[in-house]
Design a protein around this ligand. Structure first.
Ligand code: SF4
Ligand code: SF4
Length: 487
């Protein structure tokens, strides 16, 4: 798919690769309004939204069609006006080819929106109000993780440094770079709002040194603010949270520690733009920039696409597939997931659609070369983790710190045996989360049972005490009666 070079020396963080960029920065185009928009109620790992519309309802652009269902959930808003034609199971963007309940919106072509509530002076609003607005606008991390932004901005610990991630280190993807060129001022405003919410002393926008136009645009937009624009080396995966922090500050976040515990928060540059839109313009998150690229597509484009747009519509906007198209990947070549159909809709986390001309190769046995460990930026032992994952030895996976795998794909790329290591790690991570949830539920059930037993014991003890008291009173009465008789 692309060539890579081994890094000659350790620069800032361990492992990593220098990858061919294959990036084409294009002007952002608007695709045609699709006839149908599809919204899965499944958001990400065990996170769902709850539909608040029913079949036959008419909705306007920006209207909430599903509310947050749980602490790590976010609402979903209609990206155009129309009628809810169905709530039914459809294929969704998931590595296992999952079908989940989706709200289907038949657009009416009018694109009528609910009135927005702009706010020009965000500093007059409390940090809690700003966070709530971000939550109500349905904003999640747009770099691919899709973690609720309001939740991330509610750090239990003081944050000294906000890092806006514009590194975009994965090959082929150029949506953030295109956005930085066209909307640098808005990104700076969004970053200032996030900095204000966090009360962070520093705000740094990190961008790879291979993006001079975007760098200059951000630099001139940031002149009157205290935001620093910092170039970082074009090494994959510089855009990983821990790797980026290490590159910028020299601070290595220990394994099993979260970055906020060390006073850092990272946000994607697209998320900064979404925050600007939500707070200043009062607009919910209904669209995003997405790169459509790869040797299997006739024209590479960056599109401002409505969330919920079926992939086939975006493919059409790029003049369709080439005759060599073989594989459809959501995300980049390193971290993306292969999809089974272009009927699937894009979601908030969709930063790229890569149409590849190469099919995955048949894996061969591991030859224990150790290359995967050399390139791992998390300093893990991928070949060992692979053995444990295959053997379903989940405790060993946990002991070998599988949770620290950032799923960067470096090990996959260098593996001479073409073993799909990351795929195995994703499954194993899912199992670990499942096991942890089961353990938590078992602990809750145990606690509930113990509390019930204690309550029973207490009631029994109280009953016995009352009985004893009554017996003592009767004895006392009898003794008094006997005494009276004797007198
Ligand atoms: S995918 Fe995970 S194990 Fe493989 S190199 Fe990246 S962090 Fe290491
Ligand atoms: S790179 Fe592949 S073949 Fe080499 S040790 Fe790792 S898993 Fe085995």
């Amino acid at each position: 798919m692309f060539k890579f070079l081994w890094r000659k020396k350790q620069q800032h963080f361990s492992g990593g690769l220098i990858l061919e960029g294959h990036k084409q920065v294009t002007a952002i185009e608007e695709p045609e309004l699709p006839q149908e928009l599809i919204y899965p109620l499944f958001l990400a790992a065990a996170r769902y939204a709850a539909a608040c519309v029913k079949v036959g309802d008419t909705v306007l652009k920006g209207q909430v069609i599903a509310t947050a269902d749980g602490p790590l959930s976010t609402p979903i808003h209609a990206a155009s006006s129309g009628i809810i034609s169905a709530i039914e199971k459809r294929l969704i963007a998931h590595p296992s080819g999952l079908s989940e309940n989706c709200i289907i919106l038949q657009t009416d072509g009018l694109d009528k929106a609910i009135p927005s509530e702009p706010c020009l002076d965000y500093q007059q609003q409390s940090r809690e109000v700003l966070r709530e607005k971000i939550q109500q606008a349905g904003i999640v991390g747009l770099g691919g993780a899709a973690f609720p932004t309001a939740k991330k901005l509610n750090s239990p610990q003081a944050i000294h440094s906000l890092i806006i991630n514009a590194a975009e280190c994965e090959p082929y993807i150029s949506c953030d770079e295109s956005l930085a060129i066209t909307a640098a001022k808005e990104i700076i405003q969004g970053s200032l709002i996030i900095q204000h919410i966090l009360q962070a002393h520093h705000c740094i926008i990190a961008i790879e040194d291979s993006k001079p136009t975007a760098y200059s645009a951000l630099l001139s937009a940031a002149t009157s603010s205290n935001i620093q624009i910092q170039k970082v080396p074009s090494i994959y995966p510089t855009g990983g949270e821990k790797q980026l922090i290490q590159v910028i500050s020299g601070i290595k976040i220990p394994a099993q520690k979260l970055v906020f515990e060390q006073g850092f928060i990272c946000q994607n540059i697209g998320t900064s733009f979404a925050v600007y839109q939500a707070i200043i313009l009062g607009l919910p998150l209904t669209e995003r920039i997405i790169t459509i690229t790869g040797a299997g597509i006739k024209q590479t484009k960056n599109l401002r696409a409505r969330i919920g747009t079926p992939i086939k519509n975006l493919i059409q906007t790029c003049q369709g597939y080439t005759e060599h198209a073989q594989q459809l990947i959501m995300g980049g070549p390193m971290m993306g997931i292969a999809l089974r159909s272009d009927e699937i809709a894009i979601i908030k986390a969709s930063n790229c659609l890569l149409i590849d001309t190469i099919k995955s190769q048949t894996p061969q046995p591991c030859i224990r070369c150790g290359d995967c460990a050399t390139v791992c930026p998390a300093e893990l032992l991928p070949q060992q983790l692979y053995w444990y994952s295959r053997a379903q030895q989940w405790d060993n996976c946990a002991e070998y710190q599988l949770a620290d795998c950032v799923e960067c794909g470096c090990c996959d790329v260098v593996c001479p045996s073409k073993i799909p290591l990351v795929q195995a790690f994703r499954i194993a991570k899912g199992e670990l989360v499942h096991k942890q949830k089961q353990a938590e539920q078992a602990a809750i059930a145990k606690k509930r049972f113990e509390n019930q037993q204690q309550r029973k014991l207490k009631i029994e003890q109280e009953k016995n005490q009352k009985l004893e008291k009554r017996k003592a009173a009767i004895e006392k009465m009898k003794a008094a009666a006997a005494k009276r008789k004797l007198n």
